[in-house]
Design a protein around this ligand. Structure first.
Ligand code: ATP
Length: 515
């Protein structure tokens, strides 16, 4: 049986095999900042390429942008980030550790959900095939009680967050007797608002005037360029602008590896539409984005929609795509119908007309916007956690003969094939393996490896997700064939060297995902 790696194993694997390192590790690390190693950067680039091509290549009416991280400070005044990009901060009095009040409450709800799910699993076991989950949820006393509690707490939380009512958040924590997860202590300070933007200073202007922010989202770079892009590309509504880039948030709690970082990368697309059609587009993008995730091979039961309980002041609809990370279902991507809030706010503060002229109706108006926003790092974590399994070696009878394998979709695997000579001290094998490598590397990210026994090299390639291992043996010298080992099935095929490019290409081509 294959089991998915737990969180600790995943983090250790990511480091050991060169996917992710703690930032500044030799200085004991910097919290919530991470570096992508040689395999990590390839995987991340492939994920970004999949997103970028899905958006800009498959849609004639979506174009790309790469705007700067620094923007005029007024940008963040208009967008509401200076005044309202806050998280509710609470300290534990005993440990002096900081927490997000809303997250403490959400975690409480998740715990109750865990208990509810346990009841369902127990009943499933008891009733077997005759089990009717919907009926059980409607009638079982414990399940109803848990569901009632979850709904009531979520509603109270949503109302408090919408109203920005810090006292009420404190009261909920007190009423639920929420304790600090690590120490079990329940003495908390008051809840206060904490702005998440990092600021820095322009060198040549002192004081407030020279204050700059590191962008907390890439979207505003798109909004302020809306007319530039529309005019220079002659787009007609509806059309979109896509951007991939770094964003920075001074997160209060950042203890979940690359799930919540202070410096991270976003892939955002703002889709400009006629007012009144936004909900139609919102629903279309909701489905399109879910499909994008499924195509990568992420199973349906690991993905779900989660409607926002409290809508941001500018949104008229918002949903998260949640992924079942090793620590439970959490937001992976957000799809937001942002109305005309951003463009109107920028138009007002800048004094510039950010309007679209409709050539058919001869009217000018401010478009509405539907946004899809996903973190490249969270996507990376989702892909890694879905792919990393420990399983009995296929084709072997001994259940204790196990291997760690990263079953990434071949199109996003960091290395597509590893070429290895059966014996590293036989010049003829090495030369042939080298010449295959030189040939394939023009088309694919491949590697040559002769640093250990074939068995060891295979395991290493499994651990980094390489779909193919190509072995050059003594027969190869005579008949120009090699063995190609498939990462997932371990089936070894004998193939002609001249066919390698085609065989690899068919499997690793990003077109398999884009089609
Ligand atoms: P959360 O509720 O988890 O803080 P959010 O609702 O603030 O997330 P958005 O503002 O909607 O997130 O950002 C869009 C996407 O950017 C998120 O779905 C997530 O994938 C990513 N993201 C946001 N904050 C972080 C972070 N601190 N580290 C890594 N990725 C992030």
């Amino acid at each position: 049986m294959a089991t998915h790696a737990d969180f600790k194993t995943l983090v250790a694997h990511a480091k050991e095999y060169g996917f992710i390192y703690q930032s500044s590790e030799i200085y004991d690390g910097l919290a919530a900042a991470y570096d992508y190693g040689p395999y990590g950067v390839e995987l991340k680039n492939n994920l970004k390429e999949y997103w970028w091509r899905s958006m800009t290549q498959l849609h004639q009416n979506i174009v790309g942008l790469d705007s700067s991280i620094f923007m005029h400070p007024k940008t963040w005044k208009a967008s509401g980030h200076v005044d309202a990009f806050n998280d509710p901060l609470i300290d534990n009095k005993q440990s002096n550790k900081r927490y997000r009040a809303d997250v403490l409450i959400e975690d409480y709800v998740a715990k109750v959900e865990g208990k509810l799910n346990k009841e369902i699993k127990k009943a499933q076991k008891r009733f077997g095939d005759a089990f009717d989950e919907a009926e059980f949820r409607k009638t079982n006393g414990n399940v109803l009680r848990y569901q009632g509690e979850m709904d009531a707490v979520s509603k109270r939380l949503a109302e408090a967050m919408t109203a920005g009512d810090m006292e009420e958040l404190r009261q909920i924590i007190e009423d639920l007797k929420i304790k600090e997860p690590e120490t079990g202590n329940a003495e908390w300070t008051d809840v206060r608002q904490f702005n998440l933007m990092f600021s820095t200073q322009l060198g040549n202007i002192a004081g407030e005037e020279g204050k700059l922010y590191l962008r907390p989202e890439t979207a505003q770079g798109i909004f302020v360029n809306f007319l530039n892009v529309q005019k220079s590309t002659r787009q007609k509504l509806p059309f979109g602008i896509a951007q991939i880039g770094k964003a920075f948030r001074n997160e209060i709690v950042a203890r979940q590896f690359i799930f919540r970082m202070r410096e991270f990368e976003q892939m955002e697309m703002q889709f400009f539409v006629k007012p009144g059609t936004q909900l139609e587009w919102y629903n279309k993008w909701k489905e399109a984005r879910m499909e994008w995730h499924r195509k990568l091979g992420h199973p349906s039961e690991k993905l779900r929609f989660h409607d926002h309980d409290n809508l941001a002041h500018y949104a008229d609809a918002a949903v998260d795509i949640q992924f079942d990370f090793p620590f439970g279902f959490k937001e992976l991507e957000g799809i937001h119908s942002r109305t005309d809030f951003d463009l109107s706010a920028h138009a007002e503060l800048s004094g510039k007309k950010l309007q679209y002229f409709d050539p058919q109706t001869k009217e000018s108006f401010i478009p509405y916007v539907v946004e899809t926003s996903i973190g490249a790092d969270r996507m990376f974590l989702a892909a890694m956690s879905n792919a990393l399994v420990n399983e009995q070696v296929p084709g072997q009878d001994d259940p204790n003969n196990k291997r760690d394998v990263l079953k990434l979709h071949p199109a996003i695997a960091p290395i597509k094939a590893a070429i290895m000579p059966l014996k590293r001290n036989d010049e003829r094998l090495v030369n042939l393996a080298q010449s295959i490598f030189q040939d394939l590397r023009v088309d694919f990210k491949v590697m040559y490896d002769d640093t250990g026994s074939i068995g060891k090299l295979y395991r290493r390639q499994d651990a980094t997700g390489t779909p193919f291992c190509i072995t050059v043996d003594f027969d190869s010298l005579d008949d120009n064939t090699v063995t190609v080992r498939d990462r997932d099935t371990l089936v070894q095929d004998r193939v002609k060297i001249e066919d390698l490019g085609r065989i690899i290409g068919e499997r690793v081509d990003m077109r398999n995902l884009l089609r």
